[in-house]
Write a protein that binds this ligand. Structure first.
Ligand SMILES: Cc1cc2nc3c(=O)[nH]c(=O)nc-3n(C[C@H](O)[C@H](O)[C@H](O)COP(=O)(O)OP(=O)(O)OC[C@H]3O[C@@H](n4cnc5c(N)ncnc54)[C@H](O)[C@@H]3O)c2cc1C
Length: 321
C-alpha cells in the first residue's frame, strides 16, 4: 500500500496500511506468508536496493506473485546476530555462499531469500563485515528442510547453502553495511498490529462464548483485555505515524512488541481461567479449536522478531539516550 506507484504500489500512508492490516487480522485472513516480503524486504529494497533490483522484484511483489524469506537466524546465532557464520567469499568475479539458516518462515513457498552473512571475517568491530544478499531459492546448492511446529504444521525451515553462486547485482546495498540495513528493518518487523493481534480472534470468540448474561468476573476480564488491546493499538498507531514522519522508532517499536506479545500470551491465560474449556484441535466448538491453535503457537510470539529479553535491552538503551 505504501510503495511508489512506479513499482505497483499505491503511495498510501503507514496509517492507511495500519487500518487494512488490522482489518485483515481481525478477520483472520491468511496473511502470514506475506509479512517478510511486504513488511520488510520491499521497504528494504526501496531504501537500499539498486534501481535494477527494485524494477526486478518490487512490481512482482506488489502483485503478490513473488515471496521473499528472511535469512537471519542460524543454528548458533539468533539474538546475537553479529555472530552469523554463513559467509560469502569472492571466487571468479562473484560470491560463493556457504552456511545454514534456521527458522526460515515460508522458505518452502518463497522464490527468494534475503540472507545476512559475513563478507569479511569479524575483526575488532563485530558489526562490520556483514552484508545482505538476495538468493534465488531454486539456485543450485540451495536445500530446504522442513521443521514442524508443535501442532505438526510446516511453517518454517532450515535452509542450507553449499557453494551457491551470487553475482554482485544480488548484493543489497553496500558490501559490509548489512548490520545497519538489518537493524533498520527490525523496527518495521516489531511495531505493527500483528504484534498484539495474534490472539484477537480468541478474544472475539471469548466475548461470543461468554454471551450477554456473563458472570461479573468474565465481564471484568473482557473489560481488562479490551482496555489493554486499545492501549496497544494507540501505541502501535503512534509508531505508524512516526514512520510516516520519517522519525526513528527503534525503541518505540521494541516497546510495542514486548508489551504486545506479552498481551497475546496473557490473553490466553485470562480467557482460560474465565471460561475453563478443554482446547481441542479441529473441534466443532470454535472457542475450543481457537484455544488449541493459539496455545500451540504462543511459545513463538515472544521469540520471533527479537526475544523479550533482547527487546528490553533495546528499550533500556533507548531510554538512557
Ligand atoms: C515462529 C517463528 C518464526 C521465525 N521466523 C524467522 C525467519 O523467517 N527468519 C529468521 O531469520 N528467523 C526467524 N525466527 C527466529 C527468531 O528470530 C529467533 O528465534 C530469535 O531471534 C531468537 O534466537 P534463538 O532462537 O537463536 O534464541 P537465542 O538467541 O539462543 O536465545 C535463547 C534465550 O536466551 C535469551 N537471551 C539471548 N541473548 C540474551 C542476552 N544478551 N540477554 C538476555 N537474554 C538473552 C533469549 O531472550 C532467549 O530467551 C523465527 C522464530 C519463530 C519462533
Amino acid at each position: 500500500m505504501t510503495w511508489p506507484r512506479q513499482y505497483g504500489g499505491h503511495e498510501r500512508s503507514a496509517l492507511e496500511r495500519f487500518v487494512v492490516v488490522e482489518e485483515l487480522l481481525a478477520a483472520g485472513a491468511p496473511v502470514a506468508a506475506h509479512w517478510p516480503t511486504e513488511r520488510q524486504v520491499g521497504p528494504l529494497l526501496l531504501r537500499f536496493g539498486s534501481a535494477q533490483q527494485c524494477r526486478l522484484h518490487l512490481p512482482a511483489m506488489a502483485r503478490g506473485e513473488r515471496f521473499f524469506s528472511i535469512g537471519m537466524s542460524e543454528p548458533d546465532s539468533g539474538s546475537d546476530l553479529a555472530s552469523v557464520r554463513t559467509r560469502a567469499e569472492r571466487s571468479d568475479g562473484c560470491w560463493l555462499v556457504n552456511g545454514t539458516k534456521l527458522w526460515t518462515t515460508a522458505a518452502h513457498h518463497s522464490h527468494y531469500i534475503l540472507v545476512l552473512l559475513r563478507t569479511s571475517p569479524p575483526g575488532g568491530d563485530r558489526h562490520a563485515g556483514l552484508s545482505q544478499v538476495i538468493i534465488d531459492l531454486a539456485a543450485p546448492g540451495v536445500s530446504i528442510r522442513p521443521i514442524q511446529l508443535l501442532s505438526g504444521e510446516h511453517h518454517f525451515n532450515e535452509v542450507t547453502f553449499a557453494d551457491v553462486r551470487v553475482t554482485d547485482d544480488m548484493v543489497l546495498g553496500n558490501v559490509g553495511e548489512g548490520w545497519r540495513q538489518v537493524t533498520g528493518e527490525l523496527s518495521l518487523e516489531r511495531s505493527g498490529p500483528e504484534r498484539f493481534m495474534a490472539t484477537v480472534q480468541l478474544l472475539s470468540e471469548f466475548v461470543r462464548a461468554a454471551g450477554p448474561a456473563a458472570d461479573e468476573h468474565v465481564v471484568a476480564a473482557i473489560g481488562q483485555l479490551v482496555a489493554q488491546l486499545w492501549t496497544l493499538r494507540e501505541m502501535s498507531l503512534a509508531v505508524a505515524g512516526a514512520l510516516d514522519a520519517g522519525l526513528p522508532v527503534a525503541t518505540e517499536a521494541a516497546l510495542v512488541k514486548d508489551l504486545g506479545t506479552r498481551f497475546d500470551k496473557d490473553l490466553i491465560d485470562v480467557v482460560r481461567r474465565a471460561l475453563p474449556t478443554e482446547p481441542v484441535i479441529d473441534s466443532a466448538n470454535r472457542f475450543a479449536a481457537l484455544l488449541a491453535d493459539v496455545v500451540m503457537l504462543a511459545p513463538g510470539f515472544t521469540l520471533r522478531g527479537g526475544t523479550t529479553e533482547i527487546l528490553r535491552g533495546v528499550i533500556a538503551r533507548g531510554l538512557e539516550e
